[in-house]
Design a protein around this ligand. Structure first.
Ligand code: SF4
Length: 352
């Protein structure tokens, strides 16, 4: 997949702010998210007839300037529905690809195409071809955190909300290849009780770093708090173990997708919630339920790829029409079918 554009970018009017960005190993920097920056971003988006989508893990300033904030699948579905020429997807590369797969006729930009994902990168299309050759009759189930090429080799996609339902819908006599996240795979195996599910040993380095010891210490020092745990986390198994042992009451442990966390925040009666996922999530949770004290289980759980979507990168995307995301037609068509099969099963819920 290439990221260079063969179409001229729309030429915006001269900017309201004199911003000069610099490019470095951490991405584009040098622009502060001031009120003038936000005004310029909105003006350029209007001029380009672009919709700005921001993921829950983005920097707060990016979330606040966007038209829509959410999880990866919900944003991709919004991308397909909105009436605009362009989508600027403030997230990591596989998310922008998913938006392109579901909106093939729109121009999709990502502010920095170098924003990857350690989980999506843990399995390549060649890895999957080789794995499928070992189990030629197996059904391939892929979490949405995968590249377009891997989705194109997948039978059914899943999200963290519906992974259990998707696997449960498959003939119990068929082997299942589940990828790429081992923690989500372990959760699905536990919930479905299937022993013919083979799990790829991939992980997200950010979520895997939120470990059971930290969760146990934090839960013990905040005995009245609810625990919101993303199933990609290294501590998800520990959370269920703590509940099973009675160390934390069962009803306080909630294994949730990022979208599910927002719904749960509005419904919980708890005054304090410990959150195990990427720390960008805290911004939307605090907006959704300002009366609740949300605390990160691990406040170093920050995704360096998501943080490459900087104010400078977004300004550059809108001024220069870069970086455009392309997915080959045949790959997109096969990938779209795997997403549509998931939606047909129902409860597509939310992606990461
Ligand atoms: S938090 Fe992990 S899974 Fe999410 S984008 Fe970053 S590296 Fe990928």
């Amino acid at each position: 997949m290439s990221i260079t554009s063969d179409r001229p970018a729309a030429v915006p009017e001269p900017g309201l702010i004199d911003a000069v960005w610099t490019d470095g190993s951490g991405g584009f920097t040098g622009v502060e998210p001031t009120a003038a920056w936000a005004e310029e971003v909105r003006r350029l988006a209007r001029a380009r007839n672009a919709t700005l989508l921001a993921h829950n893990y983005d920097l707060p300033a990016i979330q606040d300037v966007a038209d829509h904030v959410g999880d990866s699948l919900a944003l991709s579905r919004i991308a397909a529905e909105v009436d605009s020429d362009e989508i600027v997807f403030c997230g990591v590369h596989f998310m922008a690809e998913t938006a392109k797969i579901l909106s093939p006729d729109k121009r999709v930009l990502i502010p920095d195409a170098r924003a990857g994902c350690s989980l999506a990168d843990s399995i390549t299309a060649d890895d999957l071809r080789a794995w499928k050759a070992e189990y030629p009759d197996a059904v391939v189930v892929s979490y949405v955190n995968t590249t377009a090429e891997v989705k194109g080799l997948t039978d059914i996609c899943c999200t963290s909300s519906n992974a259990v339902d998707v696997v449960a819908s498959i003939d119990p006599d068929r082997d299942v290849l589940f990828l790429p996240d081992q923690f989500l795979g372990a959760h699905v195996k536990r919930e479905t009780g299937r022993d013919n599910i083979h799990i790829w040993a991939g992980e997200c380095h950010v979520h895997a770093g939120i470990n059971g010891d930290e969760l146990t210490a934090k839960a013990n020092s905040h005995p009245d708090a609810d625990l919101f745990i993303h199933p990609e986390c290294g501590c998800a198994t520990s959370a269920l173990y703590l509940a099973g042992e009675g160390a934390v009451p069962d009803d306080r442990v909630k294994i949730l997708s990022t979208g599910g966390m927002i719904d749960a925040a509005r419904q919980t009666g708890a005054k304090q919630v410990l959150v195990a996922t990427e720390i960008g999530m805290l911004h939307q949770l605090r907006k959704a339920a300002p009366g609740i004290d949300f605390q990160a289980v691990n406040d170093r759980a920050s995704c360096p790829y998501m943080k490459m979507i900087t104010p400078a990168a977004l300004l550059r995307a809108l001024r220069e029409g870069k970086d455009e995301v392309f997915v080959a037609d045949d790959v997109a068509e096969r990938a779209r079918k795997s997403v549509e099969r998931m939606i047909a099963i129902g409860n597509p819920g939310s992606g990461e």
